[in-house]
Design a protein around this ligand. Structure first.
Ligand code: AMP
Ligand code: GLY
Length: 423
């Protein structure tokens, strides 16, 4: 197949590596990509958010499938244009992508579809925020309504801090005050053709910057999959996945279809396993980053076939995707100053030595080449992935590989998947 992947992160590199690992060879293009992706796909110089440019490239190059990685092209209507021109595309149109782009839209859909989620109040003024904070009680959760790259949320016991956070985001639009949900978090991905859904394997990501879940929220500092402790709570991973498919994914997909905005792409359910059941904290309209880096290496069936079936409306004919019993752990290397103000342009060394550690590979997130040197160009720079027999083995490999890499001021967590090892 001739496949174009839009995006430039480690998630997109993971998608490309999964396509490359298939038995059938593909012709792969990536826009804009990064230095690591450039080793595995042909980089294309086009604006990923320009529907005309993407569609023009796909036509001119007889592309069989476009896979949209990040949310920005979805919101820009790239999938709508491709679909209107008859080009198979994995990614929802602008209307369905609001499931991610607008928390208020997501809450409304969940309510209409009967999907379990926390209570929430929408507020437009500080007085409304204060009333909602007092109504819902501490700990306080305040979120920006629109896209904020994981940084729009505050979870705090400090009422003044919650108000201050709200004040920052009220300048750009309404905020959501939510009931605090306590329990472990799980990310579960579903592939959808607008009608049928197929679940992938659960993962957990580590959103806080520092060890022990300290520090600010980030885009994600690491992840692992599968989650051995799900079997203790639900009997098996499969029982958990079946329950979420039934209670969350299918009702949402059916509801969006009935509203005339079918969701064709990746439904990402961000879940909290509370004492009162599984609840949704957020949806995303795309693969998660860094969870994709640990889910896709475990996928046994060809990714291209699954995503093309979703794009073509034939997912019903595809069996449930299968995953290896191995564990994958990824640790993110971030630049100094991330997430507030990452310092970029620094030299990265040791990436090849890292990949040479058995059972590991490196997915590039923000890298460029400068002559022979590799340069860090953004906040999250690399996702180092270890794959092993269990969490201890995978963790050990990932951290051994990471130890080979040098980046001045580089930050990473040392406790990714540590509790999966100790139980
Ligand atoms: P979000 O941007 O909605 O994914 O939120 C980012 C992170 O904030 C989540 O992964 C949770 O760790 C935390 N969070 C968000 N909403 C809640 C909530 N209602 N209760 C507890 N934690 C939350
Ligand atoms: N890992 C969180 C996200 O992709 O939004």
């Amino acid at each position: 197949m001739r496949i174009l992947v839009l995006g430039s992160g480690a998630r997109e590199h993971a998608i490309i590596l999964a396509l490359r690992a298939e038995a059938a060879p593909h012709e792969l293009f990536a826009a804009p990509g990064n230095a690591g992706i450039g080793r595995d796909a042909t980089l294309v110089d086009l604006d990923q958010n320009d529907p005309g440019a993407v569609t023009g490239f796909a036509h001119a190059n007889a592309v069989d499938l476009v896979i949209i990685g990040p949310e920005a092209p979805l919101v820009a209507g790239v999938a709508d244009r491709l679909r209107a021109q008859g080009i198979p595309v994995f990614g929802p149109g602008r209307a369905a992508a609001q499931l991610e782009g607008s928390k208020a839209f997501a809450k409304r859909v969940m309510e209409a579809a009967g999907v379990p989620t926390g209570r929430a109040r929408r507020a437009r003024t500080l007085d409304e925020v204060a009333a909602a904070l007092d109504d819902l009680g501490a700990p306080h959760v305040v979120k920006a309504d629109g896209l904020a790259a994981g940084k729009g949320v505050i979870v705090t016991n400090d009422r003044d801090a919650a108000l201050a956070h709200a004040a920052t985001y009220l300048t750009t639009g309404p905020v959501l005050v939510e009931e605090f949900l306590a329990g472990p978090e799980v990310s579960l991905f579903f592939v959808s053709d607008g009608d049928t859904v197929r679940p992938l394997s659960p993962a957990q990501d580590f959103k806080r910057l520092a060890d022990g879940d300290a520090g600010p929220n980030t885009g994600g500092m690491g992840a692992y999959s599968p989650l051995p402790w799900l079997a203790d709570r639900f009997g098996s991973e499969e029982a958990f996945v079946d329950q979420v498919t039934r209670e969350v994914a299918e009702p949402v997909i059916r509801h969006l279809d009935a509203e005339g905005t079918p969701f064709i792409g990746l439904l990402y359910a961000g879940l909290i396993l509370t004492d009162r059941g599984v609840k949704v904290i957020e949806f995303n309209a795309r693969f998660g980053d860094p969870e994709t880096q640990v889910v896709l290496p475990r996928l046994i069936d060809p990714l291209s076939q699954l995503l093309l079936a979703a794009a073509s409306g034939t997912l019903e004919d595809e069996p449930r995707p299968r995953f290896t019993a191995e564990t994958a752990v990824t640790v993110v290397l971030a630049s100094e100053g991330y997430p507030a103000a990452p310092l970029t342009g620094r030299v990265l060394t040791g990436v090849d030595a890292a990949s040479a550690v058995p059972g590991t590979h490196v997915a590039h997130a923000a890298t460029a080449t400068d002559g022979d040197a590799l340069i860090a160009t953004g906040g999250r720079v690399l996702s180092v992935v270890g794959i092993g027999a269990d969490a201890a083995d995978a963790r050990d490999r990932a951290y051994r590989a990471l130890a080979e890499i040098d980046l001045d001021g580089g930050q990473f967590r040392t406790d990714i998947a540590a509790r999966a090892v100790t139980g």
